[in-house]
Design a binder for this molecule. Structure first.
Ligand SMILES: [Zn+2]
Length: 1184
């Protein structure tokens, strides 16, 4: 058994994931440490192995002596301690024993190895950069440890490993949980940074920016320099097409003296390529010369960068400097051989030089390197078509289309991402689809190809594919990554990794490629041979481009230029591809990869020094040479207790505060005095972690599983709860409110009639007369039938919903709305009812709209028609909208915008669209994509008419299922815009209500109900939120508040502020609601007091500031979390910005330069807390 000195043990105890990237074990200075880590890993592995062999022996014994499986009582405690999900345990132990083993037994056997051993193993492997080993150890820990989330270093470690493996979904989850549980985590900046990079890659730009900025303001040591983070932010602008902002940010970084050579190379490359592509950056000539200049500078700064050389080639090709272009491409291939883009561009250049055979070979190189390369496939198709080989062209185009739809699935981003590649992709796909159709018909008429037919100019795609030009480097890479995934994710690598690039997996039989290809897959053995072929082609380059040069240098229109014209002319999309913007996407990925590698390469010295000094300090402190201890995890932890006093000071900020049993507990039975004295027992050496409602050890919030009950087809399409109102009395009956509260969603039919509401006040005509210049937000959308959502190319049903935002006025939108209606009348030659009446008269239940729509739907099948949806028109201003708002006073209390029984009326300030009215102006097909209301509040929606709206709704219990489907479709549930594919929902056992809302109908959306709406006819709607005073509403609001926090999504209902107001304003007799609110008050009072104690301990004064009447509640200017009562103010750009404590500490760890203000005196909060008691009453009402 290996022996350890106490110092060694202490060192090992300290090491965890937080040193990742800071501790360079390849540095000879750290060789001793490295050796120690290695030794420990071996010892811990031995421990694990030993326990397994013991298990096997035990199992044998067990069979001989059956009673042994009954655990002695003394082991009971152990079992309890580890009684995590037995399902997981037995799964996990499969390899150690037979499947029949009872779960009881496996519990006993797990006791042999302390679960923390796995976590430690994970950390140590991570520090050794043994990522796969780290991952498997971490995963084991996660499966075995019931409350794994309590170990923040673990969450960080596994998040990092997932990141390194580019498993962004899982990495994001772990790091979000970490930051949610502990925003003060030592490496919070590293977590924010990686979240920023991953969300950028996922197209969630807003959240990405937030995280990158949070990483940037953090002053603690980082593996990234400030300039590198700034580069990422500039790049974030670039991928959002904010070119000017990007350019300025890049230039700003270049002006810094400290910019590294690598970063310079990156920036020049981005700038150069932007000048090449982006028209708004100046005159074409000037741009082209700037592009060349910057790319050359980039290559100067980093001569090894194949990407810059490739882009340089593209720029040369763009200005027709063919020779230089070939040269650059050649250099690029030499630097980074496995680049399909380069080969594709080489192909284009050859094609332009009228050298089809060489072009063919280059394209084949490209598609063999990247089987998803749609540009190469398309260009190859164009090439074949130009040589009259239609069958081959057809095969290539078909492949290209498949690639696009695949890409769409993979990349199917929320709206904004799709924007930057949309237009060209759209046109491209349409052109391609038409081309494929055309060829299909041509080929069907053509005679069968016979051997005797005239000689082909090019060899067929099959032959070309089988020419051994493939690159083994690439195939090796692929194999490696597949193997790695298989190792990480068990039997089913396709679930996690990218789809296998082989066409036959999506395949159609008609394609000649798949069969051949699959043969290829098995024959990667002749790799050497292949590589020679590639070399050959490469060498041809230099010989041939001399000739090419001759061609292009001859004056006048040469054959080469005319060739390129015919390519693009005939197909009408050739040119688009040649300057395709998919490059940009690819550079994205490359950048990330590059950055990732720089992170791991550049080990910041600071932390390393920290640790080495720490180690030497430890050694100095403990001249304790005699004691050697054999290593076992338990002994490590025991040792920790003994020596804690010795090196508590040297511990890097450690977050293990959850195991201290001596800490006081809190409950709502405490009065405020007891609470405050309990808080005084809490330590103030670490900043308090701010929780609203979740108890300390609760798991981080997560979307719930769907209810397990299997639903029949009928149950999947439930009838919509609806009531028809006859008169005013019906509308005001308590039964109506009860009915609404009972169902996920409800339609109250005939409400306007029963209450004699004048809906005409909200008709477009009246609105224009009242406030013609009032602002309207516009969404430009594709017109589609309500149960369908196609991708831009109309090739596939998708979830992602595209809409572009702009603004206009009520008058202008009204014009559009009216003319759209007139057009439809003209189009259909409809003899029916008068059009002019329709826009103003709400009472005309207009049948025209519906019949028109049916015709419209048919028409749009051919080409997608765009429409404009006028949304979020703010009707909050009482002076501007007096008649409208007072008309709504006629509604029963539970549906009114303002009422005492509406929580949102207790917020004390305006939340636009929630406790104020918003108006929607629609033409047929206007879509409100799927969502839950802000913080899960209920909503009221009245259709003004004249047309109808169609609603889809899913009970709140199923939101987790929809969340997962969004994730599957690569769309963010909270941030993205999505339109569910109904069949997907049914497959997942998710029921959907579907109904028509007629003019005058009120739709009640209950708390948490997921819904999406599309207008059938021309109509206006009005809507707002309400918060009934029920436990269900309150707890769903709080749940979402916490989930939003984890997702970095702003909760626009300030729940803490609201809860204090509720406590002041209302009496609650519902026990559950009371307990929930009281718990929130307790947590928040505890936090406020703890925070103040902490701030005072840092020598910072808390100044009383008070609060203005109706003053809006505060949010952190950095992370957008609600800040209640204790505000940290810092002047930023002459503005006083409110911060939460974690953000304030990021800016200034000592809180220097930050003013701490208090909004309410502690005594006031205490008084509110103490006097908020359960209201006992015999009556019916819960609150008055
Ligand atoms: Zn903050």
């Amino acid at each position: 058994m290996i022996q350890y000195s106490l110092e060694d043990l202490q060192t090992i105890l300290q090491l965890d994931s937080r040193y990742y990237g800071f501790l360079d074990l390849s540095d000879p200075k750290n060789s001793e440490l490295k050796e120690l880590i290695q030794r420990t890993i071996t010892a811990l592995q031995d421990e694990v192995a030993h326990s397994y062999s013991m298990n096997i022996i035990k199992q044998h014994d067990g069979k001989l002596v059956p009673t042994k499986s009954d655990q002695p009582i003394s082991d009971g405690e152990h079992i309890k301690e580890n009684s995590c999900n037995t399902q997981y345990q037995s799964k996990d132990f499969k390899w150690g024993m037979s499947n029949e083993t009872s779960s009881n037994k496996s519990v006993a056997e797990i006791d042999e190895v302390d679960v923390n051993t796995y976590c430690k193993l994970g950390h140590l492997h991570l520090l050794m950069y043994e990522h796969s080993e780290a991952l498997s150890a971490y995963q084991k820990y996660m499966r075995l440890c019931e409350k794994y989330w309590e170990d923040h270093a673990f969450l960080y470690g596994i998040g990092i490993v997932y990141f390194e493996f580019r498993c962004f979904k899982w990495s994001i989850k772990s790091l979000q949980e970490l930051l949610y549980l502990n925003p003060h985590f030592t490496c919070a900046n590293e977590a924010h940074l990686r979240l920023g990079l991953m969300l950028k890659a996922n197209g969630e730009f807003r959240t990405a920016l937030k995280h990158l900025q949070l990483a940037l303001i953090d002053t603690s040591p980082s593996t990234f320099t400030d300039l590198q983070v700034k580069f990422q932010i500039a790049h974030l602008y670039e991928v959002q097409n904010k070119h000017k902002a990007a350019k300025e940010s890049y230039e700003f970084i270049l002006n810094n003296k400290n910019v590294s050579l690598d970063l310079k190379a990156d920036i020049y490359r981005q700038l150069g390529w932007m000048y090449h592509c982006v028209e708004c950056l100046g005159e074409k000539k000037e741009r082209e010369s700037n592009a060349l200049l910057f790319l050359q500078k980039s290559i100067e700064a980093d001569p090894k960068c194949g990407q810059s050389l490739y882009l340089l080639g593209r720029c040369y090709a763009g200005v027709n400097k063919v020779h230089d272009a070939f040269l650059a491409y050649r250099n690029s291939v030499e630097k980074s051989e496995g680049n399909a883009d380069t080969w594709c561009s080489i192909g284009v250049l050859y094609q332009q030089q009228n050298q089809p055979t060489d072009a063919l070979q280059a394209y084949i190189c490209a598609v063999q390197l990247d089987k998803e390369h749609r540009s190469a496939w398309t260009n190859l198709g164009i090439l074949y078509e130009s040589c009259g080989q239609l069958r081959d062209a057809y095969a290539c185009y078909s492949n290209a289309i498949k690639r696009i739809s695949n890409k769409k699935i993979g990349n199917g981003q929320e709206g904004n991402k799709a924007v930057f590649s949309k237009s060209s992709t759209n046109g491209l796909t349409k052109g391609l689809a038409q081309r494929v159709k055309f060829l299909e018909s041509q080929l069907s008429q053509a005679p069968l190809p016979s051997i005797t037919s005239k000689r082909r100019q090019l060899c067929s795609i099959e032959e070309a594919w089988n020419l051994p030009i493939s690159l083994e480097i690439n195939s090796r890479q692929q194999q490696q990554s597949v193997q790695m995934q298989q190792r990480q994710f068990g039997k089913n690598p396709s679930v996690q990794g990218p789809p296998p690039p082989y066409p036959h997996s999506h395949g159609s039989q008609s394609n000649p490629l798949p069969a051949k290809r699959s043969k290829d897959d098995g024959e990667y053995s002749n790799q050497k041979n292949l590589n020679e072929q590639q070399d050959k082609l490469l060498h041809q380059l230099s010989a041939q481009n001399r000739q090419a040069l001759k061609n292009s240098s001859s004056p006048g229109p040469t054959s080469s230029t005319s060739t390129s014209e015919t390519i693009s002319d005939r197909t009408n999309f050739g040119s688009e591809i040649i300057s395709s913007d998919n490059i940009k996407e690819d550079t994205d990925a490359n950048d990330l990869a590059r950055i990732v590698s720089t992170v791991t390469d550049q080990k910041l010295k600071i932390r390393c020094q920290n640790i080495s000094t720490k180690l030497s300090e430890d050694q100095g402190l403990n001249n304790y040479d005699g004691t050697n201890v054999s290593i076992k995890y338990e002994s490590l932890t025991n040792c920790n207790d003994d020596t804690q006093n010795n090196f508590k000071d040297q511990k890097p900020k450690v977050e293990y505060d959850n195991d201290q049993e001596s800490l006081p507990t809190f409950n709502i039975q405490m009065d405020s005095k007891q609470l405050l004295s309990a808080v005084k027992l809490l330590p103030v050496d670490e900043p308090p972690i701010n929780f609203t409602i979740t108890a300390k050890n609760a798991p981080p919030p997560a979307p719930p599983d769907c209810p397990p009950q299997r639903l029949t087809r009928e149950q999947l399409l439930p009838p919509t709860p609806s009531v028809h109102l006859e008169n005013k009395k019906n509308a005001f009956s308590p039964q109506l409110q009860e009915f609404c509260l009972k169902h996920p969603i409800a339609v109250v039919r005939g409400l306007a009639g029963a209450l004699k509401l004048d809906l005409g006040l909200f008709s477009t005509k009246t609105l224009v007369e009242a406030n013609p210049d009032h602002s309207v937000e516009v969404r430009t959308q594709v017109n589609q039938s309500p149960d369908e959502n196609w991708d831009v190319s109309q090739a596939k049903r998708v979830w992602a919903c595209i809409s572009h935002r702009s603004h206009t006025t009520i008058a202008k939108y009204a014009q559009y709305q009216a003319s759209s209606f007139q057009d439809s009348l003209k189009d259909e030659g409809d003899k029916g009812s008068a059009g002019s009446q329709v826009m103003s008269d709400s009472d005309s239940k207009d049948s025209v709209s519906n019949s028109n729509i049916n015709l419209k739907r048919k028409r749009q099948k051919n080409g997608s028609k765009m429409l404009r949806f006028g949304t979020n028109v703010d009707l909050s201003d009482e002076r501007k909208w007096k008649p409208q708002l007072s008309e709504l006073q006629k509604l029963p209390a539970f549906a009114r915008v303002i009422s005492a029984a509406n929580m949102l009326s207790h917020v004390g300030h305006v939340i636009l669209g929630m406790n104020t009215v918003q108006l929607y102006m629609k033409v047929p097909g206007s879509r409100t994509p799927g969502h839950q209301e802000n913080n899960n509040f209920c909503s009221i929606n009245i259709n003004i008419g004249p047309g109808d709206c169609e609603w889809f709704a899913v009970p709140d219990a199923y939101w987790g299922g929809i969340h997962n489907l969004c994730e599957k479709n690569s769309i963010s549930y909270l941030h993205g815009s999505w339109w569910p594919v109904l069949e997907d929902l049914y497959k997942e056992n998710i029921p959907v209500y579907r109904f028509i809302q007629k003019p005058g109908d009120l739709v009640w959306v209950n708390a948490g109900c997921v819904h999406w709406v599309q207008s059938v006819g021309w109509c206006n709607n009005i809507a707002w939120n309400v918060g009934p005073l029920t436990a269900r509403q309150y707890s769903l609001a709080i749940e979402r508040y916490e989930w939003n926090k984890l997702q970095s999504f702003k909760s626009i209902v300030p729940m803490i502020h609201l809860s204090w107001n509720l406590a002041r304003n209302i009496k609650v007799s519902d026990v559950k609601l009371f307990e929930l609110i009281k718990m929130c008050l307790l947590q928040s009072l505890k936090n406020v007091f703890h925070l103040q104690e902490y701030v005072k301990s840092k020598g910072v004064e808390v100044r009383f500031n008070g609060r203005g009447k109706n003053e809006a509640s505060h949010y952190c200017g950095q992370c957008e979390v609600e800040v209640f009562n204790v505000l940290f103010i810092r002047e930023q750009e002459k503005r006083h910005v409110v911060h939460c404590l974690p953000c304030a500490l990021k800016l200034s760890p000592s809180l220097q330069g930050i003013v701490c203000l208090e909004e309410y005196r502690l005594s006031e909060l205490q008084q509110v807390y103490d006097s908020f008691t359960l209201y006992r009453t015999q009556g019916l009402g819960q609150a008055h």
